[in-house]
Design a binder for this molecule. Structure first.
Ligand SMILES: NC(=O)c1ccc[n+]([C@@H]2O[C@H](COP(=O)([O-])OP(=O)(O)OC[C@H]3O[C@@H](n4cnc5c(N)ncnc54)[C@H](OP(=O)(O)O)[C@@H]3O)[C@@H](O)[C@H]2O)c1
Length: 310
């Protein structure tokens, strides 16, 4: 299995990378992250602790669409197929609003838009996976899209930014599932996963001291799991057989005592809103390759729909 993990240098992404690397030294793990130094130390760790030599790093700062384009080009030059992608990288706590060099809200760009572009441009590599590819999105429930202030210029809050990006990711995989389920002959699956417990991630080192103090108390009472527990819990979503993965496609998954379960997600089910966000996202990417892929997907889905027997 060859898997790309965005944000694999810390937190949940690193937990999943460690678990998958340790399960089978033949698993190829590609980490995408913004820091070459943290990338190198993660690779060293995976080689020595997880005993897996098949690891590599792609440096990409998701606050820059130009960096995302470069990373896509490097990935495409070095890889002919992908079996799985974990759309995980995310900006969490932020003390105040700033804009990326593309003029966007960083939560919107890092947690959603840059990975929208990345996913669309890797779809053909996923299609070439021998058993069919899968894309797992790290999401949480709730939230809403602030349609008249997507970049949160008027009413910023880091939690609003995180939640809006979560809804955007959920709308994205729901639409991808709809558009590809016939054209790809159900080969690639797209679904969201919500971790049922909070993960003790690098966010602890970023939040202000009073939030850290509360988190530490909550940890004493068992309110957190480690990144390794998170990795072990999530790894089956990447290694289970493709038929099981296909059944999840388009859905919002979490984990209960019964195992992985699918939950209703009424917030994102409106197709007109999904399409509206899709079109806005393409405009914001300002990238002809991404637009071309998106247009081809829509046309293919349309022609499949009109040629399907009624
Ligand atoms: N922790 C939880 O309990 C929890 C629960 C549900 C969902 N989530 C979601 O899970 C995701 C990961 O969160 P986490 O808690 O594991 O946080 P984390 O420990 O801070 O890890 C975030 C990862 O994203 C990377 N990243 C951040 N900004 C980036 C950028 N501009 N370009 C490229 N990579 C970037 C980080 O890179 P660096 O190593 O360079 O910082 C890191 O590898 C987030 O989307 C979060 O909202 C977390």
């Amino acid at each position: 299995m060859r898997v790309l993990i965005t944000g694999g240098t810390n937190g949940m992404g690193k937990g999943v990378a460690r678990a998958l690397a340790a399960r089978d030294p033949k698993h190829e793990i590609i980490i995408l992250g913004r820091s070459a130094e943290r990338g190198e130390s993660t690779l060293r760790e995976l080689r020595s602790v997880a005993k897996n030599p098949n690891v590599s790093f792609v440096c990409c700062d998701l606050t820059k669409l130009s960096d995302v384009k470069n990373a896509i080009a490097r990935l495409r030059a070095s890889t002919t197929s992908l079996d799985a992608v974990f759309i995980n990288a995310g900006l969490g706590y932020a003390a105040g609003r700033y804009e990326t060099e593309d003029g966007l809200d960083p939560h919107f760009q890092v947690n959603y838009l840059s990975q929208f572009m990345l996913t669309l441009q890797l779809l053909d590599l996923l299609e070439r996976s021998q058993d069919g590819g899968r894309v797992v999105f790290n999401v949480t429930e709730g939230g809403h899209i602030v349609w008249d202030d997507l970049q949160l210029k008027r009413n910023w809050g880091y939690e609003r930014g995180i939640q809006q990006a979560m809804v955007a990711k959920r709308m994205f995989y729901a639409r991808l599932h709809d558009l590809t389920r016939k054209a790809h002959a159900d080969r690639t699956s797209f679904f969201g996963f919500q971790i049922p417990k909070t993960v003790w991630s690098n966010q602890i080192n970023i939040i202000p001291w009073h939030m850290r103090a509360i988190a530490t108390v909550v940890k004493w009472f068992g309110g957190f799991i480690s990144i390794d527990e998170c990795g072990e819990l999530m790894a089956p979503l990447f290694t289970e057989d493709q038929a099981a993965s296909r059944k999840r496609s388009g859905t919002f998954v979490t984990r209960t005592k019964l195992g992985f379960v699918e939950k209703d997600d009424p917030v994102v089910s409106d197709r007109a809103s999904q399409e509206k966000l899709w079109n806005i996202s393409l405009d914001l990417c300002q990238d002809e390759d991404t637009r071309h892929i998106a247009t081809a997907l829509c046309q293919r889905a349309q022609s499949q729909a009109t040629s399907a027997p009624s």
